[in-house]
Write a protein that binds this ligand. Sequence first.
Ligand code: PDD
Length: 285
Amino acid sequence: SIAYLNGEYLPLEEARISPLDRGFLFGDGIYEVIPYYNGKSVGLMPHINRMINGLAAIEIKNNHTADEWKTLLDDLIAKNSDQGENLGVYVHVSRGTDTKRYHAYPEGVEPTIFCFTFAIKDPEPVDRTRVHQYSMISTEDLRWQRCHIKSTALLGNVIHFQEGYSTGNDEALLYNAKGELTEGSSCNAFIVKDGVIITPIQDNQILPGITRRIIIDSIKADGSLKIEERTVTMDEVRNADELWITSSSKEIAPVTKLDGKPVGNGEVGEIWEKAFQIYTASKFD
Ligand code: PDD
């Protein structure tokens, strides 16, 4: 496949960066993952704007306007059209390559920009009897207190994901020291109780997910379902009728098992199907 590295398009296997790159040594960078189905993007501008905000938050130089980023990513997708109908694009901007390993932000360094594409699956069917069902464990969120920044330093997330994976689950659901739901190790989380969809508020404890945003906005615009952003306790999660996890790669994924116990009646819920229908109808840019 064709990658993008610092202004150049080249075969992915030829892309090289210095071991003194701050992204490699410190995880000092910002990233995005954006889905394109048959060449059509989902949430492209919100992803780009989140990245620009993240770069500003940690003072990494951003050399491109939002429109330039859009052109760059659309071009990369076009160059990889032989790689599959559905592609995800990974965008990575690290602080750049220093001449030494030193914690302080170096001056006068150009950021390293690296992008590549990878095949992603077709969307799941909007059908509660056929959709893939997820199982999760729950565990205390031991990441950092700046989870709103989409940092390439993902070790905290990776350790939690592995806790789920190594016990035969798909993901790990995280809660803070007060027993309140935060998110999944690589996704946001929603519950449904008595027909109301509820998701934790957007603060420093969670990533402001683009999928989460599209879901909230499309459900509100549709008007047929109730949705709330508020604090959610783990007691509420354990008594919920439905549990969903959301991300650019999973879209809205129903979770039917948590810590080995069924969620609700153990089947994919009706609200999931309605919400996924609404989301699917309005997701494309
Ligand atoms: N994960 N929360 C975390 C911790 C995430 O890593 C992600 C995305 C999300 C969902 O965000 P969005 O809807 O914008 O994809 C929430 C990406 C896909 C990843 O790391 O691969």
